[in-house]
Design a protein around this ligand. Structure first.
Ligand code: GRF
Length: 209
């Protein structure tokens, strides 16, 4: 898999740690980012995983960046792309070429977007959580694969709550990605089913779009 990051990369680290065990069934073949100097890239380097950076600002327009990042990802021939705290919306060149899994720090469809933890706190919810889903052309709108709830406690601020969510998110992402690669998947409308289906004997050929 190719993992895309924009920040601290703790979800990436969870995937790197899990994939150290061959029984996990997946390896991180490259880590991509949309900016330099982030901890996520340092984590990849420390694990001897190749990295690349594609900045939107280095291209004439968004369409050129979309094509460039899709080409960079494709050069590693991944079976799966994981958007793990990657703060850019991927365009058609990536959506058409790859199965992309995203992790989000809220219980979708509540609180999509870049400020999910802040928005959940502001709304006063008592339970939030995390969602692992397939990426489609919308913002956090793809078919949901798995979710887990996390309580909001009375004195939480954004940082404390996000840390509590992330601890759950790491396990959920690792579990979902491992099951996808080991068991395959099918998608029917908004339903994602993990495990082989009749007529889909090869996990790597799961219908993903
Ligand atoms: C995660 O909570 C992810 O869901 C959100 O940003 C956070 C990234 O954390 N989009 P990290 O970079 O994996 O530490």
């Amino acid at each position: 898999m190719v993992v895309l990051v924009s920040g601290s990369g703790t979800n990436l680290q969870a995937l790197l740690d899990a994939s150290a065990d061959p029984a996990y069934g997946a390896q991180v073949v490259a880590v991509g980012a949309d900016r330099d100097g982030i901890e996520g890239l340092a984590r990849a380097a420390k694990a001897d995983v190749p990295t690349f950076v594609e900045k939107v600002g280095d291209y004439e327009n968004r369409g050129e960046w979309d094509s460039a990042i899709a080409a960079r990802i494709a050069s590693y021939e991944p079976d799966l792309v994981i958007s793990a705290g990657f703060m850019k919306i991927l365009g058609a060149p990536s959506l058409d070429a790859f199965t992309i899994v995203n992790t989000h720090p809220a219980l979708l469809p509540s609180f999509p977007g870049a400020h999910a933890v802040r928005d959940a706190l502001a709304h006063g919810v008592k339970v939030t959580g995390c969602t692992v889903m397939l990426v489609d052309s919308g913002v956090d709108s793809g078919p949901i694969i798995a979710q887990e709830a996390v309580p909001v406690l009375p004195d939480d601020d954004q940082e404390v709550l996000h840390e509590r969510i992330k601890r759950v998110e790491h396990h959920l992402l690792v579990d979902v990605v491992g099951r996808l690669v080991r068991e395959g998947w099918t998608v029917s409308g908004r339903q994602v089913h993990i495990g082989n289906q009749p007529g889909n004997p090869n996990p790597s050929e799961g219908e993903s779009k």
